[in-house]
Design a binder for this molecule. Structure first.
Ligand SMILES: [Ca+2]
Ligand SMILES: [Ca+2]
Length: 460
């Protein structure tokens, strides 16, 4: 039967695809950062932050291995299929802990069909880091950053217009989404009952317009509009905190997010500027991979809000009579309110961080880099320790001699020595646990050696 089918399938063109495909490509890529450090008090250098997204410089080691296979046809406008597999390794290094285990995560596992309609329509399905532009200095994507299991479509009209829509589900390993209960089986013994199984649906939409060579210069500008809608069906769990199971039910819930980005590039060397703003409500204010906390009296997230604005810029150029220089800068301002009726608790408030990283490109490879940052948090509630309104604040300054593969703030791989000092005010130190020795130190240090690389990675 199969032998008889082959000519028929060939005739239909169904088997013809792999036979007539052009060159196949395999590409290995990677993003990585590895560091070892000391806090100069005998311990490991650790991040000292009072905001959600602190400086990248103090982050733990992390790596991605990116395997990309492309069935590449000869004509760039013909159907072209990519499969992408990215494995991530988090900071659990055998040579440091002595434990032969790793913290792994699959960050990409998807197929992308390019030119389903030539030059117009592209489709993808799978598990994907689906995201736009970041604030490199904070390792933070302020507008569009989904880690999703789903699928989507992209429509491109030349290089000018891009429209994209996507839908995906997640069901975190938490009893807010998922519960299995041991029950007695008919007859004898026990069995697992999947009592709660509610998936959160996340959909996203983006529209982007780019303009190139503005006024005959190298300047380009882009405008992006972005939105998300989150929906969670109703559900309930069995609580076994009493002698008998108690049923607890939750209503259906939802959330939405709307935002925009303006991007400018093509000034100086490697110059660009991105500005973002977004407004989120309900489930979307807590983020995609979150279990919302402190819900309203109706057990819904309706009252939660997040407002965020962010900036990232880079400029490099020659200063006459001096060295070539560069400066990266970025930051964000965020206001958040959780869903409970109390608007003056510690969960609600403002936070902001601003960071600048100037560099002197002494030679193509030796770069003298500096980084300064300031972070501030204004929780509306009263601090537990003092009963007063406290505003944690941290200043940081770092000296970073670096060896880079080429001139430029984004040239990688980069080897660097980092000596960073942080000054924490009393309110910031009060965030540490009571017996933590750091409560008594106004200054914290991070001295370390790092290497960071990326090539053919989904990171850039
Ligand atoms: Ca609140
Ligand atoms: Ca609260």
């Amino acid at each position: 039967v199969i032998k008889a089918l082959v000519p028929a399938l060939l005739a239909c063109g169904l088997l013809a695809f792999p036979l007539s495909a052009g060159e196949h490509h395999f590409q290995f890529g990677s993003y990585g950062r590895v560091n070892f450090s000391t806090d100069l008090y005998g311990g490991r250098g650790s991040p000292s932050n009072v905001v959600q997204h602190g400086v990248r410089l103090e982050e733990p080691s992390y790596a991605e291995l990116n395997f990309h296979y492309q069935l590449n046809r000869n004509d760039a406008r013909e159907l072209n299929v990519h499969t992408v597999f990215t494995l991530a390794l988090f900071d659990s290094l055998f040579h440091y802990t002595g434990q032969a285990d790793s913290a792994l995560a699959v960050r990409n596992l998807y197929g992308y069909a390019e030119n389903v309609l030539p030059g117009l329509l592209h489709l993808w399905v799978g598990s994907r880091m689906y995201r736009g532009d970041d604030i490199y200095l904070l390792d933070f994507w302020p507008l569009d950053n989904l880690n999703t299991l789903g699928g989507g479509a992209e429509v491109t009209l030349g290089d000018d217009w891009l429209f994209a829509a996507h839908a995906g589900f997640n069901r975190l390993d938490d009893t807010y989404y998922h519960q299995e209960v041991l029950t007695s089986a008919p007859g004898f013994g026990t069995e697992n009952l999947l009592y709660l199984d509610r998936q959160k649906l996340i959909t996203s939409f983006k529209a982007q317009r780019q303009f190139f060579k503005l006024g005959g210069t190298d300047l380009g500008i882009k405008f992006k509009l972005y939105g998300e809608f989150h929906a969670l069906p109703k559900g309930g769990i069995l609580r076994d905190d009493t002698a008998t199971y108690q049923k607890e039910s939750w209503p259906a819930d939802n959330g939405w997010l709307a935002g925009a980005q303006v991007g400018l590039w093509g000034f100086g060397q490697n110059g660009f500027l991105n500005v973002w703003a977004r407004y989120a409500a309900g489930l979307a204010a807590y983020g995609e991979l979150a279990v919302p906390w402190d819900l309203g009296p109706d057990k819904k997230s309706t009252r939660a809000r997040e407002i965020l604005t962010a900036v990232m810029a880079n400029w490099e150029g020659d200063v006459p009579g001096f060295l070539p220089v560069g400066v990266m800068a970025g930051g964000y301002l965020r206001w958040f309110r959780d869903a409970d009726p109390n608007s003056v608790d510690l969960d609600d408030g403002w936070e902001t961080i601003w960071v600048a990283r100037p560099a002197l490109f002494v030679t193509d490879h030796y770069h003298q880099i500096f980084e300064v940052s300031f972070q501030h948090k204004d929780p509306f509630g009263l601090a537990w320790s003092s009963g007063r309104h406290e505003q944690p604040q941290v200043w940081k300054a770092a000296v970073i001699p670096a060896l880079s593969m080429g001139r430029g703030s984004f040239a990688r791989p980069q080897f660097r020595f980092v000596l960073s000092a942080s000054h924490l005010n009393q309110a910031a130190r009060n965030l540490y646990p009571l017996d933590d020795p750091r409560r008594g130190r106004a200054w914290e240090y991070f001295a370390g050696v790092q290497v960071e690389w990326w090539y053919y990675s989904s990171y850039r």
